[in-house]
Design a protein around this ligand. Structure first.
Ligand code: ZN
Ligand code: ZN
Length: 370
């Protein structure tokens, strides 16, 4: 049973997650899987440490880790734990080789070439290897009610911190100081930290979609972009909001309203059964009407959960179809070289009938007196 911060106690979902994985795995004719990507290990076993491998097998699932995590692994995992003193990969593979498994799946997208060679040498002809790409990541796309609750809390924490921090910004505040305040406030409220490096970008710098905060004052009469999220109880949140220091020019408000229109157009498309690429297209078409389609050079959104960027991807080439229970971001932007950029991003829950916007923060261009 899990109990977190006063949440209702819910049945531990991990054995059923492993059972579901084994069902999908049967399609690739593998009897067991060695999971190595840490968020996937966490999802299937509960282990939150940085070094572990998880054998998921119908007979017995085993978590392999090193002596640093001896006590932690036993406390967190609901499956058998084996502590290895040598190389975790080599020793785990040797242990698995003693089991009667004729075909085992590896996370092909996460295993190094070297690890694959070690595994095939140790297994020899007895156990065949199958690469299964991102099977567990795909399973993680649709969130349980419990996970949605955790994301909801992470979103609320981030919004609370943003609203407090942004009101205190002065023209003399540096981008780095504002980012540091945001990170500090998130931790004070119980987050383990930001879910990605907090972005604070003012003026021209906001025109870089992945700007890094600088030791530079945010200044007056310019746009200010903040893109931030918290990591709370392992779950990420993600939001972008725009502020303006001083009286916004028509250029700034026009750019902001064009992006807001695009964001609302994309949100309007969200519903279970809709192709993710159609949501992206809605944002792009909306910006095209304002001749800003070329100023939007990234995708419209991404899934999030145990990681900040997860499947499904909401982009032009995405082959994914939205399902109820997916938690994604909707974040179109428009970036003008030499001037600056606007991005508006919410974390949302896909439902049968539409989108439930989890981010409560107002989306208007926030005018801060300079
Ligand atoms: Zn973001
Ligand atoms: Zn994002």
């Amino acid at each position: 049973m899990l109990q977190l911060r006063g949440l209702p106690v819910v049945p531990d979902p991990r054995p059923s997650r492993r059972a579901r994985l084994l069902e999908t795995l049967a399609l690739s004719k593998a009897e067991a899987m060695l999971v190595s990507h840490p968020p996937n290990v966490r999802y299937l076993s509960g282990f939150t440490g940085s070094n572990a491998l998880l054998l998921v097998s119908p007979k017995k699932s085993v978590l392999y880790t090193d002596p640093r995590y001896n006590f932690q692994a036993s406390a967190e995992c609901d499956c058998a734990v084996k502590v290895l003193t040598g190389s975790t990969w080599t020793d785990a593979v040797k242990d698995i080789a003693r089991k009667p498994i004729s075909r085992i799946a590896l996370e092909a997208a996460r295993v190094t070439h070297q690890q694959w060679l070690v595994a095939s040498a140790v297994f020899g002809k007895k156990t065949k290897l199958t690469g299964v790409g991102t099977l567990v990541d795909r399973q993680r796309m649709v969130k349980s009610a419990f996970e949605i609750e955790l994301i909801r809390r992470s979103v609320l924490l981030a919004s609370k911190v943003y609203e407090k921090a942004i009101r205190k910004v002065k023209p003399e505040t540096t981008e780095l100081a504002l980012a540091a305040t945001i990170d500090f406030e998130m931790r004070k409220l119980g987050a383990s930290g930001p879910s990605f490096e907090t972005i604070v970008a003012s003026g021209e710098h906001s025109g870089l979609p992945h700007a890094r905060p600088r030791p530079v004052q945010v200044g007056r009469d310019r746009l200010l972009l903040v893109d931030m999220g918290a990591c709370l109880d392992g779950y990420a949140s993600d939001m972008t909001r725009m502020a303006y220091l001083g009286r916004p020019t028509a250029k700034a408000t026009d750019l902001h309203s064009a992006v807001l229109e695009a964001q609302l157009a994309a949100l309007g498309m969200v519903r279970a059964g809709v192709q993710a690429c159609k949501v992206d297209e809605a944002a792009r078409q909306s910006l095209k009407k304002r001749k800003l389609d070329k100023a939007f050079m990234h995708s419209t959104g991404h899934g999030l959960g145990l990681e900040i960027h997860e499947d499904p991807r909401i982009g032009r080439t995405s082959a994914d179809t939205l399902e109820a229970g997916m938690v994604i971001t909707i974040e179109p932007g428009a970036y003008l070289e030499g001037y600056g950029g606007v991005r508006i991003e919410d974390t949302i829950l896909v439902t049968e009938t539409g989108a439930e916007i989890l981010t409560p923060t107002a989306k208007e261009l926030l005018v801060l007196a300079s």
